[in-house]
Design a protein around this ligand. Structure first.
Ligand SMILES: [Zn+2]
Length: 110
């Protein structure tokens, strides 16, 4: 049995669409838009706009872990937008991590 292996770093730009690259990456690991942007040489805003499309096409397969304040631990649970919050409403810290994204495995039977 031969797996398809993973794309070498330079192959990302040559893959059919950025969106498919994003999905492939998020199937393997959970990442924030900021890290994804670095991996794909895009801006976080570009990644977020791609993620909106990914969410629309994959629906529940795109799983979002809410952003969290690094200083007080506040979770941005009610937030539905995919971009990173700028500031914590609880302690006003700007050290906010996430949100993080993950694509769950393909639909299994049983
Ligand atoms: Zn806070």
């Amino acid at each position: 049995m031969h797996g398809r292996g993973h794309l070498p770093p330079g192959a990302m730009q040559l893959s059919p669409t950025i969106r498919q690259s994003i999905i492939a990456i998020l199937e393997r690991e959970e990442l924030s838009a900021r890290v994804l942007a670095e991996d794909l040489a895009l801006t976080p805003a570009e990644v977020e706009s791609h993620l909106e499309h990914v969410r629309r096409s994959l629906k529940n397969r795109l799983q979002v872990t809410p952003a969290q304040c690094r200083d007080c631990g506040y979770w941005f649970k009610k937030r539905t937008r995919l971009d990173a919050p700028g500031r914590c409403p609880a302690c006003r810290s700007q050290r906010v991590d996430g949100p993080w994204f993950r694509v769950s495995g393909r639909t299994r039977t049983g």
